[in-house]
Design a protein around this ligand. Sequence first.
Ligand SMILES: Nc1nc2c(ncn2[C@@H]2O[C@H](COP(=O)(O)OP(=O)(O)OP(=O)(O)O)[C@@H](O)[C@H]2O)c(=O)[nH]1
Ligand SMILES: [Mg+2]
Length: 610
Amino acid sequence: MATQDHIRNIAIIAHVDHGKTTLVDEMLKQGGIYRENQATVDRVMDSGDLERERGITILAKNTSVHYKDYKINIVDTPGHADFGGEVERILKMVDGVILLVDAAEGPMPQTRFVLQKALELGHKVIVAVNKVDKPDARVHEVMDEVLELLLDLDATDEQFNSPTVFCSGRQGTASYGPDEVGTDLTPLFETIIKYIDAPTGDDEGPMQLLVSSIDYNEYVGRIAVGRVERGVIKVNQEVMICDYHNPDVKQKGKVVALYEYDGLSKKPIQEAHAGEIVALSGMADITIGRTLCAPEAVEPLPFVKISDPTIEMTFAVNDSPFAGREGKFVTSRNLRDRLEKELLKDVSLHVTEQGTDAFNVAGRGEMHLSILMETMRREGYEFSVSTPHVLTKEIDGKICEPIERMVADVPEDCMGTVIEKMGRRKGDLLAMTPMGSRYRLEFMVPSRGLFGYRNEFLTDTKGEGIMSSVLEDYAPMKGAIERRLTGSLISFETGEACAYGLGAAQERGSLLIGPGTEVYAGMVVGICSRNEDMTVNVCKKKQLTNMRAAGSDDAVRLVPPRNFSLEQCLEFLADDELLECTPKSLRIRKRELDHATRMRQLMKKRAAEN
Ligand SMILES: Nc1nc2c(ncn2[C@@H]2O[C@H](COP(=O)(O)OP(=O)(O)OP(=O)(O)O)[C@@H](O)[C@H]2O)c(=O)[nH]1
Ligand SMILES: [Mg+2]
C-alpha cells in the first residue's frame, strides 16, 4: 500500500445556492492559481452557457489548488436536486467532503440527500457553516441543526464529531470558532490537510480506474475522468475497457493523453499513481461507469447504483404546420442521435424508443429535462414534448408513486395559503417551525402534486418564499390531483394574429401572444379564465365600412401578452396538448389540431364519464 501524502481529494456538497462555487472561486484565488491582478470572473467553475445564465451549477467539475506542499483536488458539485445523480457518482472519486450549510437557511432537503450519500460511502465530513456574513445568519442554531441531521442519518461517532469551520465564501474568510472573525481561508485549508486522509492505493498491482465523469474537448473528443484505484496509468498504455454491471463489455483501448487538474486547466503528465484523479483521452465512446483495467487483470469495479428517474416526457418529431421552419435538426434520426449522445454522459437519464418518431425520456425532475430541452433548442433542434408524468413503481403488488420531502420558508402571513394549497395537492404537513419572522414548513407530497406549483408558490408568497424538494420515497398512489384549473384559448384559424381579434379574445382570459404573431388552427394562444377550452378568432380583422360609428374608436387596448418561459410552458401544458420547441419559439398546441375531431373526442369522453 502506498499513500500519496501530498494529495487530498475532496468534493464540495450542499443544497442549491449555499455557495459551493463561490467558495471554490476563493480557494482558487488563495491557492495561487491566478497571476497577480489577473482579471477573473465570478463563479468561474460554472463555465456552461446555461450555468452562467441561471447562476446554478449543472455539471460536477474538477479543479485543484496548491496549499503549502499539498495538492488539493476539488470537485464542485451541483446543488439542485435534479442533478443529484451527478453528485452520487463523483463521490466515489474522493476521500472526504466539505458539507456547506448556509448560515441563515440551515440544512435543506438536498443537504440531507448529499450528506446521506457521503456517509454511506464512509467519507470523512468537514462541516462548513457558510455565508456567516449574512445579516440574518443564525450560526449557533444552524450548528445544532447540522448535528441533529447527522444523528438522524445514523452517522458514526467519528462522523458525528466532524470538525466545523465558519466561512464566508464571498469574502474569502474562514475561522475555527462561530464568534471569531476570519481573515482568509487558512483554517479551511488546514482542516482539509489535517482531517481528510491522504488517498491510499496499491501502487504495485495491475492498473484499475473507474470512469466517474466525462469531459469534452473539441480537439481531442471525449475525456474520461476518474481516480486511479490501483497501479500506475501511463501514456500510450493499452487498456481493457469493461463494465461490472455488463459482462459483455470488453473492448481494447489506448491512453493517448493523460492529464492532471491544475487550477482551471489540465496539465499533460506521463503517468499517475493510485489515488490520483486524472483525465485521459483516446477512447472515443467511453462512458461513465466503465472501468479501465490493465489487460492482464480485467477486474471491473462496481459503480454506484444511481437512483431511478422519477418523471418522463415524450420527445417527438415536430409535426405542427410550422414544423421545420426554424430548426436545423428536425428528423427522428437527428433526435435519436442527439438523445443517444446525451445518454453517454448523463447516467440518470433514460431513453426508450416509442415507435419511429417518438422517444420517452425519463429524468430526475422537471429541471433535469428542461435543461436538456433548452440545450437542444440552442443547438438548433426542433421537436415537440408532451406533459411530464411521474414514473410509478410496483411495490408488493401495489402501484406506488414518488413522494418528495418539500421544505418551504415563508413569511407568517402566507402560511395559511401554502398549507391549504399543499393540502389540495395531497401534501402532508410534517413540521412547522418558527424562524424569526418566518416559518419553515415541511411536507411529504407526491411529485405529481408539485408539478406546476412553483410559480403559484411564488405568487402566493409575493416572491418572498423559498421552496425546495427532493425525492424521499415511494408510497401507494394518493388519488387524483387537479392539475390545472384553467382552460386554453385556441386559435380557430391559421394566419397572423391581429389587434382586433386579440382584443375580443382577451375578454375570455389572458393572452400568450401579441399582434403580428403567426398562428395555426389548434394552437393555444391564451389562458381561458374558465375551466374549459375555447376557440377564438385571433386573426379576425375589423369589418371595414366607409361609415364611422359614433363613439367607437378603432384602437383596441391590448393587455401585454404573458411571455412563458420553457418551465412555465411545461407547468401549463395539459394532457391533450404538446409543446413545440424550436430554436426561436415555444408554441403550445392541441395534440389534435382539428376542431371538429377534438369536439367529437370530448363528447365521447363526457359520455363515457356519465
Ligand atoms: N452573503 C453571502 N452570499 C454568498 C456567499 N457565498 C455565495 N453567496 C451568494 O450565494 C449565491 C449562490 O452562490 P453559488 O456559489 O452559485 O452557490 P452554489 O452552491 O454553487 O449553487 P449551485 O451550484 O447552483 O447549487 C450567489 O448569489 C452568491 O453571490 C457568502 O459567503 N456570503
Ligand atoms: Mg455551484
